[in-house]
Design a protein around this ligand. Structure first.
Ligand SMILES: Nc1ncnc2c1ncn2[C@@H]1O[C@H](COP(=O)(O)OP(=O)(O)OP(=O)(O)O)[C@@H](O)[C@H]1O
Ligand SMILES: [Mg+2]
Length: 244
């Protein structure tokens, strides 16, 4: 089904999206258009609906109403196959670090010799060169998060959704992940990422979606939303005040 097109590849559009549970609106987004090109960062207080929105954009949840379109077409299996998602608590296979990457590369039918090269390049990208043979389950939180992102990147996604990938990480590990995100974005991967870190939003975002109570209260260029927010909710959130 064709819909209104903005004409930019990878454009995600949300229309009349609604999810309610027990009479309470969890998500109510009449319209949102993510047309890049740089990273989109989603901000907002706990329970604002950020993770729910990400799951809808990735087709993991079917909304009660409304739809998500990519490039003007209702999200389908092909789109989903070209999207990657990294959850806040990454789930890694009970195998070595290299085997976790090999697993996804094998599924793409990449020959063994090429897989070895790709794994080496990916490990170097994430600063995990020395960890190839270590059990993935014994990695530190920051290392595991890096591996989860590398595994998602190994699939060469068009779009990568990241849900608070650095929330439990120290500044050094955060910096490594931010560099990975910026490199992926520079290579043309559309990044949609949730964070509570306003500094991170400033460092990474091209545009910012501000959410509260299931609604998008503001969406605009990062500089505008961070320095001259138009909504009272954004101003309160950025000021670190209570948003009720
Ligand atoms: N399956 C569900 N059933 C009922 N309520 C749900 C369900 N999934 C999410 N919610 C509720 O929807 C609201 C939004 O949840 P969501 O996980 O999207 O918040 P969030 O913005 O990601 O918050 P956080 O910053 O804490 O991660 C929350 O109040 C949550 O309890
Ligand atoms: Mg969340």
């Amino acid at each position: 089904m064709r819909d209104v097109l903005t004409g930019i590849p990878g454009t995600l559009e949300v229309r009349d999206l609604a999810i309610a549970r027990k009479g309470k609106a969890l998500l109510d987004v009449p319209y949102l258009c993510l047309d890049g090109p740089g990273p989109t960062l989603i901000l907002g207080p706990n329970g604002a609906g950020k993770s729910l929105l990400l799951r809808c954009l990735h087709g993991l949840i079917s909304p009660d109403h409304g739809r998500v379109c990519q490039d003007g077409i209702v999200l389908n299996a092909d789109h989903k196959a070209r999207q990657g998602m990294v959850f806040q608590s990454p789930v890694l296979l009970r195998r070595s670090v290299a085997a976790n990457l090999d697993f996804v590369l094998k599924r793409q039918s990449i020959p063994r010799a090429m897989r070895k090269q790709r794994i080496a390049a990916l490990l170097s990208e994430g600063g995990l060169e020395g960890k190839a043979r270590q059990s993935a389950r014994s990695l530190s939180g920051g290392e595991a998060q890096r591996l989860a992102i590398l595994r998602a990147l190994a699939l060469e996604p068009e779009t990568l959704f990241l849900d608070e990938p650095t929330s439990a990480l120290d500044p050094g590990a955060t910096q490594v992940i931010e560099r990975m995100v910026l490199r992926a974005s520079a290579k043309g991967v559309r990044i949609v990422m949730v964070t509570h870190d306003i500094g991170q939003a400033r460092r990474l975002a091209s545009d910012i979606v501000m959410m509260q109570a299931g609604r998008v209260v503001e969406h605009g260029a990062a500089g505008q939303v961070l320095d001259a927010p138009e909504s009272a909710e954004s101003r309160r959130y950025l000021a670190g005040g209570l948003v009720t």
